[in-house]
Design a protein around this ligand. Structure first.
Ligand code: ADP
Ligand code: UDP
Length: 254
């Protein structure tokens, strides 16, 4: 059996060299980390669910005309993607106050923001992914002004699209993080959506009960973590061919 070349192992995924030039295989692990790696654990079945959820969301986003790295799912935990040069920024879009913005700006969790807000964080684990401004980004050359314009426009479109899609299945999209990368094809370069979109990178609340259905259950030791990920997959309808994956009915507490 030929051994694949491992390119990178991160906190949640392993990247292998893909079968063709310009491709990679992303392998989704069950490992979970939070608070800049200080909290570590495993969420049983997370890799399988995030592979499916991200496939579904990337495919839908591609269908509305936003280019993504997703090519096809290979198996339970792996997908083939276009290799990109990751732009070292996390584009966080928020609709409702939760997480770090609450402490930073003295907001109450659950407070609706005046309008969707985008924040930029520098992808640098050693520095703990600091919040940066657009002027930092252009001065240090992390992204060109045109790339920023494109990423901002795509992030707002993804927010509108996903807010509607999740609203229709009784889930409120509180916030999420996107990563983008540069794809090179000959002389051409374009910025496309990369990485993953999953309950690891989004906050999802049940509209009725306000129950958290995302990684905050792990961050805050709320329990039923795999069940929350499975509930997202179930509501999106992405596990129809896997009746063996149990979805435990969740009780109505936060
Ligand atoms: P982290 O690096 O934060 O621990 P992961 O474990 O999810 O996160 O690792 C996946 C890594 O792969 C991330 O650094 C991400 O930026 C990068 N990545 C995601 N999609 C692509 C892609 N299409 N091409 C190249 N790198 C990618
Ligand atoms: N997020 C992420 N990766 C990070 C930091 C944040 O996917 O390294 C996501 C997080 O899941 C949430 C949003 O971005 O949906 C905003 O996160 P926040 O700044 O509140 O930080 P956190 O509470 O995740 O530390």
């Amino acid at each position: 059996m030929s051994r694949r070349k491992k390119i990178y192992e991160g906190k949640a995924k392993i990247l292998y060299e893909g079968p063709e030039a310009g491709t990679l295989i992303a392998h989704f692990k069950d490992d979970a980390t939070a608070f800049n790696n200080q909290k570590r654990g495993q969420i049983e079945g997370k890799g399988v669910l995030n592979n499916r959820i991200s496939e579904f969301l990337m495919t839908r986003i591609e269908a509305i005309g936003i280019p993504t790295h997703f090519i096809k799912r290979l198996n339970m935990r792996e997908q083939l993607v276009r290799k990109v040069e990751i732009i070292p920024l996390e584009m966080v879009c928020r609709n409702v106050a939760a997480g770090t913005i609450c402490k930073r700006l003295g907001l109450k969790e659950g407070e609706k923001l005046p309008r969707p807000i985008i924040e930029y964080y520098l992808k640098d684990d050693e520095l703990g992914d600091p919040l940066v401004s657009e002027d930092h980004i252009s001065a240090f050359g992390w992204a060109a002004p045109q790339e920023m314009d494109d990423m901002i426009a795509m992030t707002f479109r993804v927010n509108d699209f996903l807010s509607g899609m999740f609203g229709a299945i009784g889930i409120q999209l509180i916030d999420f993080k996107l990563e983008f990368g540069r794809q090179f094809e000959g002389e051409m370069m374009r910025v496309i959506l990369a990485d993953e979109i999953s309950p690891d990178s989004c906050r999802f609340w049940d509209v009725q009960s306000k129950r958290k259905l995302d990684k905050d259950r792990f961050r805050q030791d709320l329990g039923d973590v795999p069940e929350a990920y499975a509930e997202i997959a179930r509501r999106l309808g992405v596990l129809k061919d896997r009746p063996d994956l149990k979805v435990v009915a969740m009780e109505n507490e936060p």
